[in-house]
Design a protein around this ligand. Structure first.
Ligand code: ASP
Length: 429
C-alpha cells in the first residue's frame, strides 16, 4: 500500500490535494453549521495556516529565483552577440511572439471573464500604486534607485532591470568575474532545488487553499476554474494554430501543415513531460529532418527553451484576468502594459522545467499588486495546463527557429517539402 502511494507522482498528489480540498470544502459548506468548528478552528486557523504558509513559501522563492535566473540568462544572451544578426533576430522574434501571446490571453480573459462572480475579498490586501500610475511613472519606476531596496521589497520590474544589467556586464567582463558568474549559476541551481523542495508541500497547501475557498463559496467556485482552463486552452490553440502558421507563411511561405505533421511527435513529448529542456534534443532532430541547418537550431532551440515561453505567458495572462476579476480590480491600460512587459520578462526568467511558470506568475501578480493568494485557486489544475503550455512553448521555439534560419538562408526547402532526403541527427522517437 505504502509503496503504491510512493509511486504517485507529485503532480498527481497536487491534483489529489485539489480534489480532496474541493470535496472537503463543499462538505463544510453544506453540512457543517457549527461556526466554532467550521470557521474558527478549520477555516480561520488550520486551512489559513496551511494555505497561507504555502503561499509564503512560494513568495520566498520569487525574488532570488527570478534574480539569479535573469542574471544567468542575460549573461548567456549577450554572449550571442558574437553570432550577430541571428542572435538579434532570434531574441527579437522570441520577445515579440511572447508579447503577442500575453496580449491574446488578456483579450480572451476579458471576453470570457473567468473570475467574474467569484467576489473574493480584497480586505487586508495591499493595493499596488502601479494601478494608478501614469505610463511615464511606470517607465521611471522600472529604474531602481537602490537595487537592495528593490530586492528587499520585491519590486519585480526593478529587480529584472538590475538583473539584466548585471548579466550583460558579467558576459562582457567574462573571466575577470568568473567567480561571481559561477556564484550566480550555482545560486540559480540552489533556487531550483529549493523550488522542488517547496513543491513537495504543495499538495497540503493546495488542499488547505481549496478547502478554505470552497467552504465559503460552495459550488459557485467550480465554474470560474473551468472557465479559466477554457481561456488558457483557447489562447494556446490560437497561438499554436493561428499565430504560428501565419508567421511561418508571412516570413517563409513554407507550408505549416507540413510542419505540424512532422512536429506533432515533439509536441506530444513536451506535453507528456512538461519540460522544454528535456525536449531540446527531439526538437533539434525534427528541425534537422525539416531541412533546418543545425548551426542555427543548435543555438536557437536551447536559447528558446530558456527564454521563450509563449504558452506560459498565455497562462499568466489568463491568470491575471482571472484574479483581477475575482478580486474586483479594474485593470487600466498601464496595468495591462505592465502585465505584458512583466510576463515577457517572466518568460525569460522561467526555466524550461515543470511548474516554474507558476512561480514566476507570482512576479507578474506582484507587478500590479494582485493578491498572490489567487494563485492557490488555479494551482491544482496547473499540471494539466503545464502539459499543454509546454507543447506550445517548444512549438514557438521551432517556428521562430525556422523563420530565423530561413532569413539566414539556412533552410533547405527541398528537404522541408519532402523532395529530398533529410539529414538527421540520428535520434529516433
Ligand atoms: N513547464 C514549462 C516548460 O518547461 C515551464 C512552465 O511554464 O512552468 O516549458
Amino acid at each position: 500500500m505504502l509503496s503504491k502511494l510512493r509511486k504517485i507522482s507529485l503532480s498527481n498528489w497536487i491534483l489529489i490535494g485539489m480534489v480532496l480540498g474541493i470535496i472537503f470544502g463543499l462538505f463544510l459548506n453544506f453540512f457543517v453549521h457549527n461556526p466554532f468548528i467550521k470557521d474558527t478552528i478549520l477555516i480561520d486557523n488550520i486551512f489559513y495556516l496551511g494555505g497561507n504558509g504555502f503561499i509564503r513559501l512560494m513568495k520566498m522563492l520569487v525574488v532570488p529565483l527570478v534574480f539569479c535566473s535573469i542574471v544567468v540568462g542575460a549573461a548567456s544572451i549577450s554572449d550571442i552577440r558574437k553570432i550577430g544578426t541571428i542572435g538579434g533576430r532570434t531574441i527579437l522574434i522570441y520577445l515579440i511572439t511572447t508579447a503577442i501571446a500575453v496580449t491574446i490571453a488578456l483579450v480572451i480573459g476579458s471576453i470570457i471573464q473567468p473570475g467574474a462572480g467569484l467576489n473574493m475579498s480584497m480586505a487586508g490586501q495591499p493595493m499596488n500604486a502601479t494601478l494608478n500610475q501614469t505610463m511615464t511613472d511606470t517607465i521611471l519606476n522600472m529604474i531602481p534607485e537602490n537595487p537592495l531596496n528593490s530586492l528587499a521589497n520585491g519590486y519585480m520590474l526593478q529587480v529584472i532591470i538590475f538583473g539584466l544589467l548585471i548579466g550583460i556586464i558579467l558576459a562582457k567582463l567574462k573571466e575577470e568575474v568568473q567567480i561571481i558568474n559561477d556564484a550566480f549559476t550555482q545560486g540559480n541551481h540552489i533556487m531550483m532545488e529549493l523550488t522542488s523542495l517547496v513543491m513537495k508541500v504543495a499538495p497540503i497547501g493546495v488542499f488547505c487553499l481549496m478547502a478554505r475557498t470552497f467552504a465559503g463559496l460552495g459550488f459557485e467556485g467550480i465554474l470560474p476554474i473551468a472557465k479559466y482552463v477554457i481561456c488558457v486552452l483557447i489562447g494556446l490553440a490560437i497561438q499554436a494554430f493561428i499565430i504560428y502558421p501565419s508567421l511561418l507563411i508571412v516570413f517563409t511561405r513554407l507550408n505549416p501543415i507540413r510542419f505540424f505533421k512532422r512536429f506533432a511527435s515533439v509536441m506530444l513529448f513536451a506535453f507528456s513531460s512538461s519540460t522544454s529542456n528535456a525536449t531540446i534534443p527531439l526538437n533539434l532532430e525534427k528541425l534537422s529532418e525539416m531541412g533546418v541547418a543545425s548551426e542555427v537550431s543548435s543555438f536557437t532551440i536551447p536559447l528558446g527553451a530558456t527564454i521563450n515561453m509563449d504558452g506560459t505567458a498565455i497562462m499568466q495572462g489568463c491568470a491575471v484576468m482571472f484574479a483581477a476579476q475575482a478580486y474586483g480590480m479594474d485593470l487600466g491600460l498601464t496595468a495591462l502594459i505592465t502585465v505584458i512587459f512583466t510576463a515577457v520578462m517572466a518568460s525569460i526568467g522561467t526555466a524550461g522545467v515543470p511548474s516554474v511558470g507558476l512561480i514566476t506568475l507570482t512576479m507578474v501578480f506582484n507587478s500590479i499588486g494582485l493578491p498572490v493568494e489567487a494563485i492557490g485557486m488555479i494551482f491544482g489544475i496547473d499540471h494539466l495546463i503545464d502539459m499543454f503550455r509546454t507543447a506550445v512553448n517548444i512549438t514557438g521555439d521551432a517556428i521562430c527557429t525556422i523563420i530565423v534560419a530561413f532569413k539566414n538562408e539556412s533552410v533547405d526547402t527541398e528537404v522541408y517539402n519532402g523532395k529530398k532526403e533529410p539529414h538527421t541527427l540520428g535520434i529516433e522517437f
